[in-house]
Design a protein. Sequence first.
Length: 425
Amino acid sequence: MRQDLIEKARGVLARNDRGHYTVPTHGLYPFQWNWDSALSALGFSHFDEARAWREIETLFQHQWEDGEVPHIIFHEMNDGYFPGPDVWGTGRKIPTSGITQPAVTGFAVRRIHARARNKTMADANARALLPRIHAWHQWFYRNRDPEGTGLVSIIHPWESGRDNSIDWDNALARVPTEGVAPFKRRDVAHANPDHRPTDEEYRRYIWLVQHFRSFGWDNSKLHDASPFRMVDPGFNGILIRSCRDLADLAETLGENEIARESRAFSDRGIAAMETLWSDAYGQYLCLDRVTNELVESPSIGGLLAAFCPIPDHRAKAIASRILEIGKTVQYLVPSHDPAQPQFDGLRYWRGPVWLIVNYMIADGLLNAGQTDIVQRIVTDSIRLIEQSGFAEYYDPNTAEPCGGSSFTWTAAMVIEILKTEAAPA
Ligand code: GLC
């Protein structure tokens, strides 16, 4: 059965493979996405290491001169997606979007390097990527943490990777909609509109894009100019984990300066993460940098923080919190607390389960020795696939497959989970 699932997952990767990058799925997402690629490379690495390295290499070929790695690379024109290159207007020869996404590549590269069978190839690729990933991390702390707090902001909900999370509702409501050019959404032609963000949210997303474009995408200005500035514990947890892993990798490769600075980013970040902890919710919360208040919204962002080496007592508290949530749903881990009135088990990041998030939480909690909850998360993840195939996301109670189908990173996570130590006994 397990081998059968792995074969099916490989079939999904093959279908979405464009040779030097993969699309997340046919139709809905016809280009290369940043964190999708990094996580999908983990799947490839189990059966084709060269292809795994190629995926990440392609992503970094489109890194901006200032260090940013954009969230979408529009390799081939396709009018089945909105907003396309004309809306972003970033002026790149091969067009890209202008915002970024969770920096999970440092983690992925270290993991693929550590278990590589072809060490020569792994060393060469890791050595080439190391300074570029580091430049991206430096870009984050320079542009997104201007006051040196140790934590970075996102300036657009899409940067979080959790596009329409309930976490953003209040802050997004402050983003205007006046002056947004009329547009036609394409996503609702590929997926059930009830599973997707609303039109109102889309207008605000596009307002932000137009606003940033009016600054010529000058990253030294965008943070302060954005009416949406949010410190997301999940996003920071991923960045911190990548900095820590990059420090380890740099040490292995004898790049001591990169190792030193990466470890400093990570140590500072872990200490600062404490400012996001909420005793009332038993998890981390987002901080709205415009109002300087914690956002009372218990989402998966505050649990995903466990991907980085948070203190043991925090990891234990997160494990208990997930255990409690697990008593109320059939499948862990819902992207929002089901006890909250805004929870919606079918709508994208407002309740459904996402396998990539499950994987990262399980990995972090495994490192923290929380093996019982890891078993439950991993078992639930595989049950979802057996029940409903390789969907984009799933209802945490009915396992209804939602969004796009034959999804690349879902398939990659199945291969990764079944082939690694995290696999259920
Ligand atoms: C959606 C997701 C985002 C992902 C992208 C491509 O926008 O919210 O996290 O990277 O789709 O799969």
